[in-house]
Design a protein around this ligand. Structure first.
Ligand SMILES: [Zn+2]
Length: 78
């Protein structure tokens, strides 16, 4: 994976407390660079948005209500 790119395969999670594989609250911070194109009248069109970084701050299991047992699945485990 190149620096500054977002993998096309989404990150998978698993809650080891309840076995949940499909329902998570994910809090993430993304940094997006985009071309802001204004008309003379001040109307904005955002073009070519590119996610330059994405940081997952917190993953919470929907069933347990906490993320203490949530782990990230590596590609080998999928
Ligand atoms: Zn859980």
């Amino acid at each position: 994976m190149k620096t500054g790119t977002v993998p096309s395969v989404p990150t998978r999670y698993r809650c080891n407390a309840c076995g949940n594989l499909t329902r998570f609250d994910v809090l993430e911070t993304t940094t997006v660079r985009a071309f802001h194109h204004y008309t003379v009248g001040g109307e904005l069109t955002v073009e070519e948005p590119e996610v330059v970084s994405r940081v997952v701050d917190q993953v919470t299991c929907r069933w347990c209500g906490h993320g203490r047992s949530v782990e990230t699945l590596s590609e080998e485990q999928l």
